[in-house]
Each structure stands twice: as structure tokens, then as C-alpha cells.
Design a protein around this ligand. Structure first.
Ligand code: ADP
Ligand code: ZN
Length: 619
């Protein structure tokens, strides 16, 4: 009896050929475990659903099957920039790939379509609206499609943050087209999917008994840190000075703040450009282009800057303001370290930011929406205030239970110190009580610190016993303490625009001295991330460079920049940092040794090997 075609035996049978193709085209020696299973299932003609964090290597799950069989894989991708990036990377690796989108002139589109019908391409990238357009349907009715790959599949769900109505149409792949694709396998891929979104994807795409491969959400190569937002601009400047070779993104909540930070950084000699929806189209595109091509070090942006940024060597993502939800925070920080090398994610948190967002939420008229927004914001606050591993609340948001001790967050690497703040809490709470629970925190703190402002005098609050008893501590300290008390329900604010502070049932035992208050002064002095050798993460193997290697690395970088400029592609399309670092360390001078560098396949060896080896030999 013939053996049933299961993922296991197909995987085993094809192993050697697959690995050869993997090395020849993509320059990798082995598949990562999830890739291995996903590719095997795809080759067994199953529907596949892959959830893997950014940088996990999702693209290979459909690109490798695409180069090893007959026919063409049609890839659906939500953004032109994403398609372009993927196609450039594939072409640089010698894979036959192209894209069809609305920016092509009709003659060029027709040419590509003809070549597609002639079977020239292993992969064709398309926007979803193209797929269901008349032209798309005509092409698909004649094309030998071996598989559909749906990238950024979460765009199909209204419950996700990137909902694309066009993605809804993808349901017709299975149901429509006169049944032509009834049995054509689908592979759906995404980096973010709460359980609800994941269900939606399976349902909307009509996936049939899909093989689900879930790589979890944790990004072990991202170091996450939360700092109190005090002199944050100065902290950013210091960070940039400590990491002079690194490129990254600074996210802000408002356009005005984006412009201001970008200007101030430029004035300090840091190449920084703004990006937000208020900029003229051409300028916005130019700024994005400059960042991706490595011509500017920093992009300061609102959350409008995001999807479509596949730049693999983003080394830091700084949130200069508090984000509104963890999903956004995860997405935005997720743009760092796609290449698997370590990257920093720094969030500046202040209770004032939180109050600002709450104020916006209060403007909402839909009660359900309001409650949802508060819930989301609370989760960010919980994450920011966490005194233990930050992966627990972050992964928890995606329904994943994290055991803690991740080893790549500030709380794991530099555990916070708990301080007894009972006496100060008593002072603050009494000040709230003595001012009759009728004022906002700012005012209460002013009274505590002995302000002689007109308003204080008018209310005769300078005559209270609490007036001035908090002079010894700065304002931010009192804000932080108040915020901690609010989080512990020992103090509360009204939800109207006045944000009046008032006591809670839990305030009394503190005032009476029956209960102590312990807080984390979110690391009193600003902590700085020291420049560090890139640690190896689970994703890549990379050890620090010696000084001599570093010098060669710089030379190789320059060569890469020149070659990339000649071909009008971003430098990382030529080689990633990981490959250059391996070259600097191992100094290959023969074809065989050069092929050992991660990311070097046959095409890149031929195209670039001689030039890079010449620089290595000369060093
Ligand atoms: P994702 O789409 O999940 O964010 P990518 O497909 O862009 O991830 O891959 C991220 C990085 O990992 C790329 O630099 C890619 O070259 C690298 N990579 C992918 N698969 C492998 C592998 N099997 N071995 C080594 N590197 C890999
Ligand atoms: Zn941790």
C-alpha cells in the first residue's frame, strides 16, 4: 500500500533537495523549526496558517515552496512598498519574481502578464484589489497557480488594527472564480493575531483544516525598557550619542511634536527627518525613502509611519510619548531588529501623558467605544508600571501566557528597587483631603510644595498644615507617587475634564497608619543603555567584532552602500548586517568560504562575491 502523503514523510523525502534550494537561492543552511513544518505542510498541499513574530522568517514559508515546484505562487500583499521590497530581495537572490500593481503602465503590465502566462515567474505579488479586478481575473483564469499566499493576513479582520476592506474580497478565492481554485492551497501569514483575529482569518479565507503554526509573539532580540519621561529629549540625545552607528525610529503622539523633535535633533547634528500625515506627499515619501536607504539616521514619526517598513536593520524604536494601546506598541516596536540582531525599544512614560489620552477618550460619545479605549489604555499603564518581567503583560495581551524572566527587558536585567513611601503617601492623601477633594493633582502638588500662586492664596490654602510639607521632593516625584497610588486604587481621579483627585476606601488605612505603601520609583535616575556588543538571540548567531574586524566591517559597509546606490536599491538588499559582520569576522577569500556566509546564495556569490572578497583580501 502506498504511504499516505503526510507532512512528515514529504518533508523527509524532500529534505535534501529543499536544503539545496534553500542554500542556492536564499543562502541559508537550514530552516527554522516552524519554517520546516510550515514548508512541509505547504508541499503536502495543505492550507497553512503561520503566526510568527516579525523577523521570524515568514516569507520563506511560501517562497521556498514557490521555487521548488511547478507553477506560480500568487502572493497578496497590502502595500506597494512591501511588494517592492520583497521582489527586490527575491530578484537579488536570483528568484524569478515580479509584481503587478496599479502604478505600472499598461504596456509594462501586459508584458509581465504575458511572461507570467509563459510560466516565467515562481512568484507574482499582487494587491488584493488587482486580484479581483477584471485584469486580475483574466490573468488568473489562465495562470497555473500552485498556491496563494496571503501576507499580513490580519488585514482581513475588523478586529485587528490594520483592517483593509479589500482583504475581505479574498474570501472569493475559494468560493468564487468558478471553482477554479477550490483545491488550490492557501497559506496565510501574520505577525499579530489575537485569538479573535486568528479565528476571523481562518473563517474569512475559508481555510480548510489548516495546519496552524504558531511561533508565539515574543521577540527575544528586542530589549524593552520603560523610562520615566523626565528630560526625555536629553535622554534621546544621549542614547543617540552612545549608539552612533545605529538607525531607528522615534514615535510621537502628535505631528507638532514630531516636527519639534526632528528639528531639535537636526540642530544637534543628528540626521533626522519627520514623517506624518500632515506633510506634503512628496516630502513624506522622500523622507521614508531616505530612511530606508540609510541616508538619514533617524525618522521621527507619528503612527502613520509603519506598515510597509521592511527595513531589517532598524536598531532602536523609541516611544517619546505614551502609546494608546499595546497592540500599536507591539507593532511599532516590532519594526526593530527584523534581521534578528539585537535592538532597543525604549518607552518614555509619564502620568501626564496618560491623563492627556484619558481626556481624549472622554470626548468619545459612544459608551462602548469609551470603555474599550480605557481598557486598552489601562493595559499600557500596567505594562509601563510592571515591576516584574514586561513580557508577561505584553504577551498576555495576545492571549499568550509568558512565564516571566524573559531576560530581555529592563525589569529582568536591572530589577527595580521597591521603596517605602508610606509617609509621603500620607502627606499627599492629606493634602487631597484638606483641599476638600475638589482640585486636580497639579494643584494639590503645588500646595504640598508650598506654592504661593495667586490661586493658592485665594483659597487660603497657604494656611493649611499640609502647605509646603512636600517641599523636599520635586514635582515629578509627587506625580509618580500619585500615579502609583492611583494604580493601587488608593487614590482616584474623576473622569471629567477637571480630573479632580479624591480619596477611596483604601486611602483611610494609609492615613491612619495601618497600612504601608511601597512603590517603585521607576528607576530614580535616568538609566542609560550602554553600548553593547550585539548579543546572539535565539534567531541568529552573532558574536562581537574585534577592532580590526570592525574596521573591515566599515569598509564592507561602504562597498555595500556604493553597490546599492548603483543599483538603486536599499543597502540591505545587497547584504544584511549579519552577512557583513560574518564576512568581517571570517574573512572568506574563496567561493566555497564565501558561500558559508549566512545569506549568500549562488546569485549573490556571482554578483557580489569578487568585489567583497577583493576588499577582504586587501585588508
Ligand atoms: P518576517 O516576514 O517573519 O518578519 P522575514 O521573512 O523578513 O521575517 O525574515 C527575517 C530575517 O530572517 C531575514 O533577514 C531573513 O533573511 C532571515 N531568515 C529567514 N529564514 C532564515 C533561515 N532559515 N536561516 C537564517 N536566516 C533566515
Ligand atoms: Zn523580562
Amino acid at each position: 500500500m502506498a504511504m499516505p502523503e503526510t507532512a512528515e514523510n514529504i518533508g523527509a523525502k524532500q529534505d535534501n533537495r529543499l536544503i539545496d534550494l534553500l542554500k542556492a537561492y536564499f543562502g541559508h543552511d537550514r530552516l527554522r523549526p516552524i519554517q520546516d513544518r510550515a514548508v512541509a505542510d505547504a508541499l503536502a498541499q495543505r492550507d497553512v496558517f503561520v503566526v510568527m513574530p516579525t523577523g521570524g522568517g515568514k516569507s520563506l514559508c511560501y517562497q521556498l515552496p514557490a521555487v521548488c515546484g511547478e507553477g506560480t505562487t500568487v502572493v497578496i500583499c497590502p502595500l506597494i512598498a512591501l511588494m517592492q521590497n520583497q521582489v527586490e530581495l527575491l530578484q537579488a537572490n536570483g528568484v524569478q519574481a515580479t509584481l503587478l500593481n496599479s502604478t505600472l503602465d499598461p504596456a509594462e503590465a501586459a508584458r509581465r502578464e504575458q511572461q507570467a502566462l509563459d510560466g516565467k515567474y515562481d512568484l507574482i505579488y499582487m494587491a488584493p484589489e488587482r486580484l479581483i479586478s477584471g485584469a486580475g481575473r483574466r490573468l488568473l483564469s489562465r495562470l497555473n497557480v500552485n498556491r496563494f499566499a496571503i501576507d499580513e493576513a490580519h488585514c482581513i479582520s475588523e478586529w485587528g488594527h490594520d483592517f483593509r476592506p479589500e482583504y475581505r474580497q479574498l474570501g472569493t478565492l475559494r468560493a468564487g472564480f468558478g471553482g477554479r481554485f477550490k483545491d488550490t492551497p492557501l497559506i496565510a501569514l501574520t505577525a499579530t493575531a489575537t485569538p479573535r483575529v486568528a479565528n476571523d482569518i481562518v473563517k474569512m479565507l475559508h481555510l480548510r483544516d489548516p495546519a496552524i503554526h504558531h511561533g508565539g509573539f515574543e521577540r527575544t532580540n528586542l530589549y524593552s525598557e520603560v523610562r520615566p519621561k523626565q528630560q526625555s529629549f536629553q535622554q534621546i540625545v544621549e542614547y543617540l550619542a552612545d549608539h552612533p552607528d545605529d538607525e531607528g525610529i522615534i514615535y510621537c503622539q502628535s505631528r507638532a511634536r514630531v516636527d519639534r523633535i526632528a528639528q531639535k535633533l537636526s540642530a544637534r547634528g543628528v540626521t533626522a527627518l519627520p514623517y506624518h500625515a500632515g506633510l506634503e506627499n512628496g516630502e513624506r515619501k522622500r523622507n521614508q525613502h531616505d530612511f530606508i536607504y540609510g541616508d538619514t539616521r533617524v525618522i521621527v514619526a507619528t503612527i502613520a509611519f509603519g506598515m510597509g517598513i521592511d527595513k531589517p536593520d532598524v536598531r532602536f524604536v523609541i516611544h517619546a510619548d505614551m502609546p494608546r494601546h499595546l497592540e500599536g506598541y507591539y507593532q511599532e516596536t516590532g519594526r526593530a531588529g527584523r534581521d534578528g540582531l539585537e535592538a532597543d525599544c525604549i518607552l518614555f512614560y509619564s502620568p501626564a501623558d496618560r491623563a492627556k489620552i484619558e481626556y481624549f477618550i472622554e470626548q468619545k460619545t459612544d459608551e462602548k467605544e469609551k470603555a474599550h479605549a480605557y481598557e486598552q489604555l489601562d493595559k499600557v499603564a500596567t505594562f509601563a508600571h510592571a515591576t516584574a518581567c514586561r513580557c508577561v503583560p505584553l504577551m498576555g495581551h495576545f492571549g499568550e501566557e509568558h512565564p516571566g524572566d524573559c531576560g530581555h527587558c529592563d525589569n529582568c536585567r536591572k530589577p527595580p528597587v521597591l521603596t517605602d513611601a508610606t509617609e509621603d503617601a500620607q502627606k499627599l492623601l492629606s493634602a487631597v483631603a484638606r483641599t476638600d477633594q475638589r482640585f486636580g493633582l497639579g494643584y494639590v502638588i503645588d500646595v504640598l510644595r508650598g506654592s504661593k500662586a495667586q490661586r493658592v492664596m485665594d483659597y487660603k490654602h497657604d494656611q493649611l498644615t499640609v502647605h509646603g510639607i512636600g517641599k523636599d521632593k520635586p514635582k515629578p516625584y509627587w506625580s509618580q507617587l500619585a500615579d502609583a497610588l492611583i494604580r493601587q486604587d488608593k487614590l482616584a481621579l474623576t473622569a471629567d475634564e477637571f480630573r479632580t483627585a479624591h480619596l477611596t476606601p483604601a486611602s483611610r488605612p494609609i492615613l491612619k497608619g495601618d497600612e504601608n505603601v511601597e512603590i517603585t520609583l521607576s528607576r530614580a535616575t535616568p538609566t542609560r543603555t550602554a553600548p553593547k556588543p550585539r548579543r546572539s538571540s535565539s534567531a541568529v548567531d552573532d558574536s562581537p567584532l574585534t577592532d580590526a574586524d570592525q574596521a573591515l566591517f566599515e569598509d564592507l559597509r561602504n562597498l555595500r552602500r556604493t553597490l546599492a546606490a548603483d543599483q538603486n536599491v536599499p543597502p540591505y538588499v545587497v547584504f544584511g548586517d549579519l552577512a557583513l559582520r560574518a564576512m568581517a569576522r571570517n574573512r572568506p577569500t574563496t567561493d566555497t568560504d564565501f558561500l558559508d556566509i549566512p545569506g549568500v546564495g549562488q546569485t549573490k556569490l556571482k554578483r557580489y562575491g569578487p568585489k567583497f572578497m577583493a576588499v577582504i583580501s586587501a585588508s
